[in-house]
Design a protein around this ligand. Sequence first.
Ligand code: HEM
Length: 148
Amino acid sequence: MAAPLSETTIATIKATAPALQEHGVTITTRMYERLFQNEGVRAMFDQAAQESGEQPRRLAAAILGYAQNVDKLQNLTGAVARMVQRHVDTGVKAEHYPLVAEALLPAIRDVLGEAASDEVLAAWGEAYWFLADILIGKEAELYAEQAA
Ligand code: HEM
C-alpha cells in the first residue's frame, strides 16, 4: 500500500481542478499523442474512441474526478471499479503504468505551460502513482480471480 499523500500534495492537486476542468481534454489528447508513439500500446486502444474524442474525454473526466476527490477516495469506488474492469479486458499490466506517467506529466506541462510549475508536476507525479498503485493492486486481484 502506498504511503498516503501529504496535505501539501492534496492541496496542490485540488488547486489544479479548475485548470483541469478547462483544459482536461486538451491534456489527455496530447497525452495519447505521446503515448501512441509506442505502437504496441496504441494497439491496445479502440482507435474509433480516440478519433471521436470519447476516450480522451473519459480520461479527462477521470483525472478531474480524481483531483476533486483526492482526499475522499471513497467517492471514486465505482469509477475505479470500471477502470479496473476495462483495464483487465484490454490486458493492461503494471509495466504499462510508467509509460502513461511519462506521457501524462509532460502533456500537463505542454498544455498548462508555466502554470504547471515543478511543484505542481511533482504533486501530480505523486498522485498519479498513488492511484496507479490502487489500480494495479485491484487489477492483479481480478487477473488472479480470472485465472482461478
Ligand atoms: C492512473 C492511470 C490510469 C487512469 C486514471 C486510467 C483511466 C482510464 C479510464 C477512465 C478508462 C475508461 C473506462 C471506461 O470505459 O469508462 C480507461 C480505459 C482504458 N485504459 Fe486506462 N487509465 C490509467 C492507466 C492506464 C494504463 C497504464 C494503460 C495501458 C497502456 C491504460 C489503458 C487503457 C485502455 C486500453 C482502456 C480501454 C480504452 C478503449 O476502450 O479503447 N490505462 N482508463
